[in-house]
Design a protein around this ligand. Structure first.
Ligand code: FES
Length: 482
């Protein structure tokens, strides 16, 4: 399983950290958020150090479908209910982000397949909802059209068209994005002393004046409490040859399928679910079925991969001060599946906060903003309680012998509860069944062969190694090693 963006990374591997250091600004996370942050600080004349647990953009950034689109599901009809101004600002922040990509790409002549094109969002069965979104977009001044023609060989009820959106190759872009600042790779931040601004890694400490957490799901639990304000969503993507697209599409079908072209390929993504709660199996096959409905049977499937996104209550990211009580710690997270535009917008907000420049999006993106949905927090809390309190003390109803080849489950293994995967050659991979973040019980994802946490979305491979944060620790394996 690998993303279509694999294979173009050339940049040198940087050294890991083996002695204590003191730095002005430290960015934690070497995905697109961290790198845009480093770039902006560099442009503003501030010295930053970026620290990445693995290698640059090897995590979530690699798994994006890289749409640069201000039309984002039904976000505007939701936002406009509480504040038309907020809806308008959010739309503007997304358009500005696309412009900013174009500006950087033009300035540095970055060859990253950046292309402007039209975007369509269609429905097959809920025209009322689509019209509501269209009206909201109109009200905030978006230049949108309502169209009814058949698209992607699907009989739609209607679609909203927004011109001049974009797509690109994220890794080619990041490879050439200037990085004249310090970068440390293969060094995981295990803990942060937020009062004294000390980052602890396996071998050394970093003392900082300012810390920016750009790890996807934030790795600091308290203060901030992002694990109550957000949840993680998993989605699935495929790429194939045999069809072409010259626009980007999204549907309200099956939790939002997206379609885009790249070179000789079409990329389709979607079928989302809350991480750790795989609702239906065969996600990739279902995507292939959808692809064949639109593009016929003669397709050559080349790539499959999964992505993880942080979802906020109001559809707007959190970018700004980590918590009211921690002045020099910042966070950028909660991109709600629109990571490319929102990482650009968030990096600008934080850079302007640090350099004390005005920015009209600061309040909109503020993690301390008033509008948080209490129901969203309660649902997250209940989910945590259920998986944290009840599941860990429950007893597995299956023994390891019942596991079929290719299957993983929480079972009884040598008289104890363990997370066990049996491979196709009948080898067993045995790890601890509780997440190393806050000890929720893990669930096996048969599509990705990972152990996923239903509480805050950490994911681990069958060897217990971290695939996705917020956890900072691998799972203990059966023989006691991590
Ligand atoms: Fe928080 Fe697993 S990610 S308990």
């Amino acid at each position: 399983m690998q993303s279509i963006w694999n294979g173009v990374k050339e940049s040198d591997h940087r050294l890991s950290l083996d002695k204590d250091i003191k730095r002005d600004i430290v960015i934690v996370g070497g995905g697109i958020s961290g790198l845009l942050m480093g770039y902006r600080l560099m442009q503003s004349g501030r010295e930053a150090t970026l620290i990445e647990a693995n290698t640059l953009y090897s995590g979530v950034t690699h798994n994006t479908t890289a749409h640069l689109d201000a039309m984002q599901g039904y976000v505007y009809s939701d936002l406009i209910k509480t504040s038309p101004q907020k809806a308008k600002l959010y739309f503007q922040s997304q358009l500005d982000a696309i412009e900013e990509y174009q500006k950087i790409i033009d300035t540095y002549k970055i060859d990253c397949d950046f292309k402007r094109l039209d975007s369509f969002m269609f429905t097959i069965n809920d025209m009322k909802k689509l019209e509501e979104e269209y009206n909201a977009l109109k009200e905030i001044g978006a230049d949108v059209e309502l169209v009814k023609e058949k698209m992607l060989n699907i009989d739609i009820q209607g679609a909203i068209k927004l011109k001049n959106q974009a797509q690109f190759h994220p890794i080619k872009f990041l490879e050439k994005l200037p990085k004249e600042y310090e970068i440390i790779e293969n060094t995981r931040v295990l803990k942060v002393d937020t009062k004294n601004k000390i980052l602890y890694t396996q071998k050394a400490e970093i003392h900082a004046n300012i810390i920016i957490i750009a790890t996807g799901f934030p790795i600091i639990d308290i203060p901030g409490f992002y694990f109550l304000k957000m949840y993680k969503s998993s989605s699935y993507s495929i790429a194939f040859k045999g069809a072409k697209l010259d626009a980007v599409y999204q549907s309200d079908l099956e939790n939002g399928l997206t379609y885009r072209g790249y070179d000789d390929y079409v990329i389709m993504g979607g079928l989302d679910h809350r991480t750790g709660r795989l609702n239906h199996k065969d996600k990739f096959n279902r995507l292939r079925e959808k692809a064949e409905l639109s593009f016929g049977k003669e397709l050559e499937y080349t790539h499959t991969w999964t992505a993880n996104d942080c979802i906020t209550a109001d559809g707007v990211p959190y970018a700004g001060q980590y918590s009211k009580s921690r002045k020099d710690i910042y966070v950028m997270t909660g991109y709600n599946k629109w990571g490319m535009t929102n990482s650009m917008a968030s990096s600008k907000v934080i850079c302007d906060l640090i350099t004390q420049k005005p920015n009209k999006f600061i309040d909109l993106f503020s993690p301390q903003r008033k509008k948080t949905n209490p129901a969203h927090c309660v649902v997250n809390l209940l989910s945590t309680v259920k998986n944290l309190v009840f599941k860990p003390v429950s007893f597995p109803d299956r023994n390891v012998d019942a596991l079929k080849p290719g299957e993983g489950d929480i079972v009884l293994y040598e008289g104890r509860k363990k997370a066990v995967y049996r491979d196709l050659d009948n080898r067993l991979y045995v790890v601890e069944p509780l997440c190393s973040h806050l000890k929720c019980q893990l669930k096996f994802n048969s599509e990705t062969k990972t152990w996923d946490c239903p509480c805050h979305g950490s994911r681990f491979d069958i060897y217990g190694k971290i695939v996705v944060s917020p956890t900072t620790k691998n799972l203990k394996v059966h023989n006691g090693k991590e």
